[in-house]
Design a protein around this ligand. Structure first.
Ligand code: TYD
Ligand code: MG
Length: 489
């Protein structure tokens, strides 16, 4: 069998070249050549057998079956022992699945996965298909040395637990050797930290290049499907998504989880953006503590700002992440602009959305910010696209411009349309109930066709447009006291 060779394949037109070049000679596109392993045809067929949809067709593989006759067992799941993570996975890790855990560097991916490895090693069921009775978890680290992993494990208290024996750490970068080890030891799960450091000897490109990342991921998929071993892969993503690596993996793997938050703050949100074995609706909430990521007792209020700070420009909103309502503080700051175009800076929101809401405020609600610098921020380092945050955001800007407090026991929920009208959002009642539970007394919401049910302890103010909402939210709101403007008058 000849040694596999590598070629550069254009991702736009599939032309093949021997060497990397900036521009494809065939179609003229730039930066589309990706190093790819070219295999001998017969070897390729046997490889496809493990993964591709044409599995085993060459060797008299499975005959087609009628849709009605197919029986599909509920997948077995191995709990990770971290209930928030199991919740996001859909009940646990499925043997033979590949899960990509993405997030910015330093956010806590390695910590989460080492903790999960501990749980898997101690709680995995021995009779899960393909699972090993030894409950071993293989942890391949390319990012850190084995010693560094041990230090983290000590911090997480894993060394005194059975997991200390059962997690096998190997500092290895070459995907072939990682797979051989896994085939040999047949662990419950394989953790690869991270995909950007893994390479295959068959390609010449550097670790982290699209070709290396993709080929390594394919090998790990083959391992997972062929041996029934769950594979969890770490992938770094930068905030602006510049790193193409993990993005190209998303359609390959079974599930994509992302760990979000602000490195300097302690709260973390784990979200599934894709899940073949569960819903993508659920989120997990963690707090980065001294001994790793801890589950949060009351996730609904986890992302609210500290209770003793309240100033004009702060308005609380409620989002619905899956079935879980989360209350968040929206902060707006409006300052007279200096020369040139005014600044619009959004963190946690979409910049275009901010610009649009500023325009609606100016044209439909008489709040003109055309010559002001505008800053908008979502407390807690979250990044949310929930349209229900439009209303708290616009109220925060109005509150900041007029320097008037929005009462701190008031919550605002609603989407703002181009005409300044307010539109209801999904799960309004659930959000309101959570707000009432957390001590909010008043809610400004869009008028709905069917009246909302009574919610105990919460006065619901239904309004039909932005102008009215601003009037109601700022009315009677005490003027900002000098300085911090704390409390009520
Ligand atoms: P890490 O898991 O290394 O992040 P990633 O793998 O995503 O790059 O965690 C990074 C940060 O977490 C690091 O700055 C230290 C902090 N940390 C804690 O606060 N508590 C802990 O118990 C651990 C292990 C880490
Ligand atoms: Mg790491």
């Amino acid at each position: 069998m000849a040694r596999p060779q590598s070629r550069y394949v254009c991702q736009a037109c599939a032309a093949v070249q021997l060497r990397w070049e900036g521009q494809c000679r065939t179609c003229g596109e730039w930066n589309t050549l990706v190093e790819t392993v070219i295999r001998e045809p017969e070897r390729r067929r046997s490889k496809m057998g493990a993964v591709g949809p044409g599995a085993g067709r060459a060797g008299g593989g499975p005959a087609p079956q009628s849709l009605a006759g197919l029986r599909e067992a509920e997948p077995t799941r191995t709990p990770t022992g971290i209930s928030e993570m199991d919740r996001v996975l859909g009940g646990g890790l499925v043997p033979g699945s590949v899960v990509l855990v993405g997030g910015e560097p330093g956010i806590g991916k390695s910590t989460l996965l080492l903790q999960a490895a501990g749980g898997l090693a101690e709680g995995g069921s021995p009779d899960a298909s393909g699972g090993s009775p030894s409950h071993e978890v293989l942890y391949a680290t390319g990012e850190e040395s084995a010693g560094q992993v041990r230090l983290r494990a000590a911090r997480l208290g894993l060394l005194e637990r059975p997991a200390g024996e059962r997690i096998q750490v190997v500092a290895e970068n070459e995907v072939g050797r990682i797979c051989d080890l896994a085939r040999d030891r047949r662990p419950e799960a394989l953790v690869v930290d991270s995909i950007q450091t893994v390479t295959t000897d068959e390609l010449e490109g550097p670790a982290g290049s699209v070709g290396q990342v993709r080929e390594s991921a394919l090998r790990l998929m083959e391992l997972a499907k062929g041996e029934g071993i769950a594979v969890v892969v770490v992938g770094h993503v930068t905030k602006d998504g510049t790193l193409a690596g993990p993005k190209t993996l998303e359609h390959l793997v079974d599930a994509v989880l992302s760990l979000e938050g602000e490195r300097t703050a302690s709260m973390r949100l784990l979200r599934a953006t894709k899940n073949r074995f569960g819903s993508t609706e659920e989120v997990g909430v963690f707090e980065m503590a001294e001994q790793g990521l801890a589950e949060v007792a009351d996730p609904g209020r986890a992302f609210l700002a500290a209770a003793d700070e309240h100033a004009p420009g702060a308005v609380v909103g409620a989002t619905l992440e899956g079935t879980r309502p989360l209350l968040v503080e929206v902060q707006g700051l409006v300052a007279p602009g200096s020369y040139g175009a005014p600044r619009r800076t959004a963190s946690g929101f979409d910049n275009n959305r901010l610009a649009l809401l500023i325009a609606v405020l100016g044209r439909r609600a008489g709040i003109s910010l055309g010559s002001h610098d505008v800053y908008a921020n979502l407390a807690g380092g979250l990044d949310l696209t929930d349209p229900g945050l439009d209303l708290p955001l616009t109220l925060a800007l109005a509150s900041s411009l007029r320097d008037k407090l929005v009462p701190r026991d008031l919550i605002a929920i609603g989407e703002v349309g181009l005409l300044g009208e307010l539109r209801p959002v999904a799960g309004l009642e659930r959000r309101l109930r959570e707000a009432a539970r957390l001590g909010f007394r008043r809610a400004v919401v869009p008028k709905t066709r069917t009246p909302l049910p009574e919610i105990k302890g919460l006065e619901v103010v239904a309004v039909s447009n932005l102008r009215e909402a601003i009037g109601r939210a700022l009315k009677g709101g005490p003027p900002a006291a000098a300085g911090s403007g704390a409390g009520s008058s």
